[in-house]
Design a protein around this ligand. Structure first.
Ligand code: HEM
Ligand code: HEM
Length: 200
């Protein structure tokens, strides 16, 4: 009998969280999740809001998005230098592989969403006359080479980058549903919590 099988048997005999993520990982996970969910809510609500609210709401969306970008970069650095606790061996191999694939995709989406938003906004024809400030406090640059594209091509790129931003949003809804669904399955059906590994 190999070591993995013995560990899996021990885990089944004493179910529960095998290990927890560190405090830094937990803080970053929930701060980023809150920022992303807030931004989705703001972006989806914007069409239903009175005209006077649109500009401040979009500005807040941009500020939260850039903050999320900074937190994601910190998280990637943290992740590259720390090993996360391994998933319980009691889970079927296919579920462990699916969880790793979903985590990899979530990292790509967490980076892709704010970057595509920032590039899209840099191609906005009025970007030059509407400088960006994070939460009205810190000036934030647009991407220079996108801002200085030839106007007609820039308008085209504004549409393309906007569509890419939207599609990253659709990818988020899909992968997040799998991610949360997986966590809830382990919690409620398998009764082998992974949520406690990530709970503050
Ligand atoms: C946490 C990161 C972000 C998330 C989750 C996010 C999500 C979204 C979503 C879901 C939409 C609606 C797309 C649609 O239905 O067509 C949207 C629109 C938009 N986003 Fe983001 N975004 C993020 C970051 C950013 C950043 C960093 C910027 C710019 C600096 C930005 C600028 C915009 C703009 C200008 C729109 C179009 C709003 C409109 O006119 O309706 N986003 N975003
Ligand atoms: C936009 C929202 C979210 C994003 C982008 C996200 C992303 C991630 C990523 C990338 C990991 C892997 C961490 C690593 O090993 O490096 C992770 C772990 C985890 N997430 Fe989320 N997450 C989000 C929301 C949620 C929500 C709402 C829940 C609640 C059900 C949740 C529960 C968990 C749990 C339990 C783990 C640990 C899984 C394990 O034990 O290996 N996440 N999340």
């Amino acid at each position: 009998m190999n070591t993995n099988t013995l560990r899996a048997q021990a885990e089944r005999a004493r179910p529960g969280p095998s290990a927890r993520y560190s405090r830094v990982a937990i803080l970053l996970h929930w701060a980023i999740a809150a920022g992303i969910l807030c931004n989705v809510a703001l972006a989806l609500a914007v069409d239903a809001l009175p005209d006077a609210w649109v500009r401040p709401v979009i500005d807040t969306h941009k500020s939260i998005g850039i903050t999320v970008l900074g937190l994601v970069l910190m998280r990637i650095l943290w992740r590259a230098s720390h090993r996360p606790p391994p998933l319980p061996l009691a889970f079927p191999r296919a579920e462990r592989v699916a969880a790793h694939v979903a985590h990899g995709l979530l990292y790509a989406i967490m980076l892709g969403l704010p970057l595509s938003g920032w590039f899209h906004d840099s191609a906005w024809k009025d970007a030059g006359t509407h400088p960006m400030t994070l939460f009205h406090l810190v000036p934030w640059p647009r991407v220079g080479f996108i801002m200085h594209l030839e106007p007609q091509f820039k308008e085209h790129m504004h549409d393309v980058l906007g569509a890419i931003h939207t599609w990253f949003g659709y990818a988020l809804y899909l992968v997040l549903a799998l991610h949360v669904g997986g966590a809830l399955k382990h919690e409620l059906i398998d009764r082998h919590s992974v949520l406690r590994r990530m709970w503050p």
